[in-house]
Design a protein around this ligand. Structure first.
Ligand code: MG
Length: 371
């Protein structure tokens, strides 16, 4: 089998608004989304699809151009089954651009699964669980809005909610206190600063105040590369510290582990550069005794399906994961909606990624890039 064509197109799926206005976190306000879709076709009639999703720069439009220029020449005419080879060839041709490479990796796994008549999770070592337990984020708002949303999520079956912090010490404490009061003791509550705290001192001041509310994990308290600060924080608090923005690739995970900077690692398919490398990061962390979960950009149905296949196959998935990105958009592009129910995501039935996209919706998202 040979790769016949690779097409990358920018898309702008419509974000969901949790409180009737654009969602906000320490990373900013989500007004427009700059993603992309990659379609790969082979000479044997099998085709695969993958999603470029990133909230960081460069965005989808720029990454589609990079795919066209640097990665298409590497892929054309090659055997899509040689994913290990193609991933390293892409790394040689273009450094970084992980979300672009991830979309290609997803499409390759989709093709190989279809050709072998098996779901992608079987290509990742097979199922160790039948469904992925979920966490859902609570973006910035008034403490009342955030608490009401937390109650709604708990009623929908989410056993874990992730409170976005970084609004300022008193606002963060108010929000977490009101959420804990509203959902009671049984819902797990983690906080995500998205790098908001400038110093260890600022981080520890807030973390100490939040400790009263039974916090499961403190996610990415300081800047991506501030690994000394992360290590220092670990020595100052018993709260588990999770790396999110700090870990994109397997090499990043290795560095965090070497520097004693993490208790938990949040792994992204997009930031890893695809399923293959995400699975490698799971293994590196497993060898180091560091538990992991799967983080979200958020993805539309395409990327979410890839995450679910990864999530059911990784032994070192130890915490509820953000594998419900479709909920962060007001519509999805799959013809059969993913089964996300009662706080769990289930792998789609069928071979490959097990999904089909609605081309009408995709064209509309494509047109919205220009609007
Ligand atoms: Mg995060």
């Amino acid at each position: 089998m040979k790769i016949k064509s690779v097409v990358a197109v920018p898309i702008s799926p419509p974000p969901q608004q949790f409180y009737g206005r654009p969602n906000r976190t320490a990373l900013g306000e989500v007004v427009r989304v700059d993603y992309g879709v990659v379609k790969i076709e082979t000479d044997e009639g099998y085709s695969g699809i993958g999603e470029i999703c990133t909230v960081f720069t460069p965005g989808g439009r720029s990454l589609c151009a990079q795919i066209e220029r640097y990665l298409v020449p590497v892929l054309l005419g090659e055997d899509p089954c040689q994913i290990n080879y193609l991933v390293s060839a892409m790394d040689e041709a273009l450094s970084g651009a992980e979300p672009a490479k991830a979309a290609i990796d997803m499409a390759l796994f989709d093709i190989v699964g279809k050709a072998l008549q098996t779901p992608v999770y079987n290509l990742l070592g097979g199922m160790v669980r039948e469904r992925v337990p979920l966490s859902h984020s609570i973006t910035y708002g008034s403490s009342e809005e955030m608490a009401n949303f937390a109650v709604q999520l708990a009623q929908e079956g989410f056993a874990t909610v992730k409170v976005k912090v970084g609004q300022g010490l008193e606002k963060d404490v108010d929000a977490v206190r009101e959420i804990r009061k509203a959902v009671g003791p049984s819902v797990r509550l983690r906080v995500d600063a998205n790098m908001a705290w400038a110093t260890t001192k600022e981080a520890i001041a807030t973390i100490r105040r939040l400790e009263d509310y039974d916090i499961e994990i403190v996610e990415q308290p300081v800047a991506r590369h501030a690994l000394d600060a992360m290590a220092e924080l670990r020595s100052m608090t018993d709260q588990p510290i999770m790396a999110d923005e700090s870990v994109w690739t397997p090499i990043d995970a290795m560095e965090c582990i070497r520097r004693d900077a993490v208790d938990v690692v949040s792994i992204y398919v997009a930031e890893s550069g695809g399923l293959l490398k995400a699975a490698q990061t799971f293994s590196i962390c497993e060898a180091a005794g560091i538990p992991c979960l799967i983080g979200s950009m958020p993805e539309t149905g395409i990327g979410t399906a890839a995450q679910i296949h990864l999530g059911v196959a990784m032994t070192n998935l130890k915490f509820d994961s953000d594998v419900c990105g479709v909920r962060y958009f007001s519509e999805d592009c799959l013809t059969r909606a993913l089964k996300i129910e009662n706080g769990y995501a289930y792998p789609p039935e069928g071979v490959g990624l097990g999904i089909d996209v609605d081309e009408v919706i995709l064209s509309r998202w494509q047109a919205d890039v220009e609007n």
